[in-house]
Write a protein that binds this ligand. Sequence first.
Ligand SMILES: [Zn+2]
Length: 134
Amino acid sequence: MASFLHKVLHIGPDPAIVARVDTLRAALAIIKVDIDTRHFLWDLTFNGGHHCVSCSPLGKVGACGPTCALLRPTGSVLPGIEAAMSEKWTRTTGQLSIRYDKLMLSVPASGYKVSISNLQQWEEAVELLQQRLA
Ligand SMILES: [Zn+2]
């Protein structure tokens, strides 16, 4: 009924869609933390224990200034951790990051103007990310 009234009266976005999009946004915020943590762990392992909040995500060394952590001399990799980060783990992290970035290009930009089919695609994509990151 609410959906019908919103269409007839043109009184803003359908509350059911608003709720679903908001749920997606909340899920993506949690997924971001998981992906960022994976990148952080990867950096610590393969960049001699160095990570810069500004430069590491961009892949640019020293862009934030002369005190950038990535400019420090690198030590050895953290013992024991490198082995846990298999090639498969690294590849999966890369794939999930790409999927996350694609969602972040479309979900926030759409506002609440989204078709039901697009919304369903996003929900399936988010569910897949949640399963793979679990
Ligand atoms: Zn930096």
